[in-house]
Design a protein around this ligand. Sequence first.
Ligand SMILES: NC(=O)c1ccc[n+]([C@@H]2O[C@H](COP(=O)([O-])OP(=O)(O)OC[C@H]3O[C@@H](n4cnc5c(N)ncnc54)[C@H](OP(=O)(O)O)[C@@H]3O)[C@@H](O)[C@H]2O)c1
Length: 296
Amino acid sequence: MDVVTGAFSFTGRYVAARLLESGREVRTLTRRPQSESPFGDRVRAFPLDFTDPAPLRDADTLYNTYWIRYPAGATSFEDAVAHSVALFAAARAAGVRRVVQLSVAHASPESPYAYFRGKAAVEAALAESGISHAIVRPTLVFGDGEVLVNNIAWLLRRLPLFMLPRAACRSRPIAAEDLADLCVEAALGEDDVTVDAAGPEELRLEELVRAVRTAVGARAALLRGGQRTILALTRGLGKMARETLLTPEELSALADNLLTSTEPPRGTKRFANWLRESAPGLGRRLATGDRRPWPG
Ligand SMILES: NC(=O)c1ccc[n+]([C@@H]2O[C@H](COP(=O)([O-])OP(=O)(O)OC[C@H]3O[C@@H](n4cnc5c(N)ncnc54)[C@H](OP(=O)(O)O)[C@@H]3O)[C@@H](O)[C@H]2O)c1
């Protein structure tokens, strides 16, 4: 039996699917009720209580996808670090053999970005916990239920113009299926390892947006603008949609090419192939950080 945080959300859903396929029993820790399970009653849901070892008892591996996209409500990145530390303590108390931790490429205590510094703090806490672990650091993950590419498609489908930053914003996207395979493989080992999870091709944001525009049959003209203008526009649109479309930190991190990796590709699936298959449904609805559907 394994435990996956967020098995009804994005990456966790792919990991849980892989585990079920291979005959494992899966539990999840989540804010969502069992009724939202894409797996019916095959995955048993427990509340996302970071301190409770009970649901983790008898688990071989904890796959931890928990994180926040940006500070919202009462939860800061420092809180998210503290929650993760508490979860590792609960895992240790429950006798979990191994933790596979979803981090992020370029996590660093020196990062100018709180998201990446927080991830580095979680990595350090996991190393200190003494539990056998694998840290998997994705770049940009694509798949059904993802937010960024979906919302680019949502904007392209609805607006006459789409503004790109002047920076190249390079990424090495990895398919959620490939990431799930990597995580499940990483659980098998004994050694403590840290690996980037990047796909086989590098895309500039302009290439990615052009590909999405063609795939969904949109006609929005592409312009270039400064980061301040882009943030003002996305803030305005976000207010109308009652959703945070893009944070200043996300845009700067994208412009700093943090969604890339210098490590060899560990994913094989190509973005263009997924895009072709997913285009009909892509961007029909705004994906929210909470995956609440927003009417199209
Ligand atoms: N998506 C990407 O492109 C990408 C790229 C690099 C790194 N990563 C990392 O990969 C991991 C999984 O990412 P994902 O996109 O798959 O995330 P996700 O599905 O949105 O969420 C993963 C988990 O975090 C929980 N969560 C999210 N927001 C929360 C909040 N505000 N308060 C409490 N819990 C919250 C979710 O709870 P519920 O189960 O209740 O939904 C779920 O358990 C994360 O650690 C992320 O940092 C993702």
